[in-house]
Design a binder for this molecule. Structure first.
Ligand SMILES: C[S@@+](CC[C@H](N)C(=O)[O-])C[C@H]1O[C@@H](n2cnc3c(N)ncnc32)[C@H](O)[C@@H]1O
Ligand code: SF4
Ligand code: SF4
Length: 329
């Protein structure tokens, strides 16, 4: 039977910002229908959903945000209900309402410790800092910072970690740069930069805890690499989980395997989608046995499942490869 552990809900395409890195298409403002969101959450819960990520566009622009959070938590009992924000219009009363509705964590997106570094890839620095100040001053203990790693913000990593500590941030989530809205990847970190950040993550102690998102598989492989005991990042869930146990519900109610794989399909239910979609079937078969270069000859082949979205968005093809990863030289 189909199992769905993680769900992404694309709540809206509205956003006051236009971040240079952004993968969202914002040509027309659309909001996910409330009924569609509720149906997906109820069905996901029945299929074993552990975590739902609420996102956009700017999540704060969604008119039914509180209702969706409350439904996910109180009606469906989903263990982890998370939302990412730029910080725009986050006030003390909004935060209180979000938490009362049942939100388990609040992520603020920030790509640099200074306006200069952040603005290379994101807008809204002042809003993010204001939101982090507010959350700290409210005594909130579950703030996450979402940091998308680019070649142009790696040198700022130590300062960003210190900034997170000063805001009592619980978790720093290191996110891989996916193709932007023009299907381009212009600031991919070098091999040396990946090694540097992996070493820093290994040496980090105290707050914030540094978490590497599952689909940043090459960085997970580097962090988990040991001389004595081999590599701990292995098994089916060692990287990208597209086609396995994740689903993204798009703003128009269609389904895709992940927010970054734009093969959208319409089915009567998530269960039918997971069991019948040819895209899901092709992804489920996309493992190391069909690897292509640079992954095929990479020493981390069994410690990595590359972000398959990189290939689908740039080459329009499902393949076990990431031509934009520099780990294998
Ligand atoms: C699309 S935003 C939506 C929520 C909100 N507007 C925000 O910026 O936090 C969700 C997350 O995706 C990240 N993001 C945007 N474009 C990206 C890209 N090309 N690759 C990886 N992450 C990206 C953002 O930095 C943010 O942390
Ligand atoms: S990353 Fe978030 S804040 Fe920036 S343009 Fe995209 S949706 Fe808006
Ligand atoms: S080259 Fe491929 S297998 Fe090796 S670390 Fe990069 S994405 Fe993973």
């Amino acid at each position: 039977m189909a199992k769905v552990t993680n769900m992404n809900l694309e709540l809206t395409t509205a956003c006051p910002f236009r971040c240079p890195q952004c993968y969202c298409s914002m040509e027309n403002v659309k909001h996910l229908a409330l009924d569609t969101a509720k149906k997906a959450l109820a069905e996901g819960a029945a299929l074993g959903l552990q975590s739902v990520s609420l996102s956009g566009g700017e999540t704060m622009c969604y008119p039914h945000l509180l209702e969706v959070i409350s439904y996910a938590k109180k009606e469906c009992g989903i263990p982890g209900v998370h939302a990412a924000f730029s910080g725009w219009r986050l006030t003390e009363s909004v935060v209180t309402q979000l938490l009362e509705a049942g939100l388990d964590s609040i992520s603020i997106s920030l790509n640099g410790s200074t306006e200069a570094v952040n603005s290379l890839t994101r807008q809204g620095y002042a809003d993010a800092i204001r939101a982090l100040t507010l959350l700290r001053d409210m005594g909130y203990e579950h703030t996450t910072v979402n940091w998308v790693m680019h070649s142009n913000n790696v040198d700022d990593f130590d300062d960003l970690v210190s900034l997170c500590a000063s805001f009592n941030v619980e978790l720093l989530d290191v996110i891989s740069f996916k193709p932007d809205a023009k299907a381009q990847l212009k600031s991919v970190p070098s091999q040396e930069q990946l090694l540097t950040v992996a070493k820093k993550i290994k040496n980090q102690s105290g707050k914030p805890t540094i978490y590497v998102e599952r689909c940043y598989s090459q960085l997970l492989a580097l962090v988990a690499d040991t001389k004595l005991f081999g590599n701990f990042n292995r098994g089916k869930f060692r990287g990208c989980t597209a086609g396995y146990d994740a689903v993204s519900v798009n703003v128009d109610g269609s389904y895709s395997p992940c927010r970054h794989i734009h093969y959208k399909e319409n089915y009567g239910s998530i269960r039918e989608y997971m069991e019948q979609s040819p895209v899901i079937r092709a992804l489920a078969a996309c493992d190391e046995t069909v690897a292509e270069e640079p992954c095929k000859s990479c020493r981390f082949l069994l410690n990595c499942r590359p972000c398959i979205g990189v290939n689908t968005e740039i080459d329009d093809r499902i393949a076990f490869k990431n031509a934009y990863c520099h780990v294998n030289g």
